[in-house]
Design a binder for this molecule. Structure first.
Ligand SMILES: [Cu+2]
Length: 191
């Protein structure tokens, strides 16, 4: 996904009215379901059924806030990003995503995010890139973000052009570097 546009859109609490107007002109893409039942169904592909059934599901609205479509109890929030990637994040993961969107320093916390439907690709060298340089698209995966990811990143591949079928560091060397951990191979998916 394009992390800049994606997560600015989700920075509900800090988005200015002017920005939201700009963002909503570009997003969401047709990949984001328009109706609430379809949106919920797609958001639920982000994580195991037992997780999504107990998670909060939010749907961003035109004016920049989010409508809660399902109130959860397990601490996870599921959504469909504006480019169509289903994601479920814990509270720290949500804070981290909002920090990327705001181009702010991520909180000194460790978060976890499910993206078990895969993503739509991003520039790996800069979450705010507007081109497709060092483009990487990853299949079903989970992500460790924030403090612990920074500590762990030293033992994982840090190339700008990684093999996304293996664990790797996304956005290496930036404040937003995090671990991408594939969970489901294409071979298995085909079976
Ligand atoms: Cu991801």
């Amino acid at each position: 996904m394009n992390w800049h546009r994606t997560f600015v859109w989700y920075a509900f609490s800090i988005a200015t009215a002017a920005f939201v107007t700009t963002a909503s002109a570009q997003y969401p893409t047709p990949e984001v379901p328009k109706t609430e039942p379809e949106y919920i169904a797609k958001a639920k592909t982000a994580a195991p059924e037992s997780i999504v059934n107990e998670a909060t599901i939010v749907m961003p609205q035109e004016k920049g806030d989010a409508k809660t479509l399902q109130t959860g109890s397990n601490g996870f929030t599921c959504l469909v990003t504006p480019d169509g990637t289903p994601a479920c994040a814990d509270a720290n993961g949500m804070e981290w995503m909002k920090a990327i969107g705001a181009k702010a320093t991520p909180p000194d916390k460790t978060g976890f995010i499910y993206m078990m439907a895969g993503d739509t690709g991003t520039s790996n060298h800069d979450p705010h890139a507007t081109d497709k340089s060092h483009w990487v698209q990853t299949g079903p995966h989970v992500m460790i973000v924030g403090t612990a990811a920074g500590e762990m990143a030293g033992i994982y591949p840090r190339t700008l052009d990684p093999d996304p079928t293996q664990a790797y560091v996304m956005f290496p060397g930036t404040p937003y570097e995090h671990l991408m951990l594939p969970v489901h191979s294409e071979e298995h998916a085909a079976q």
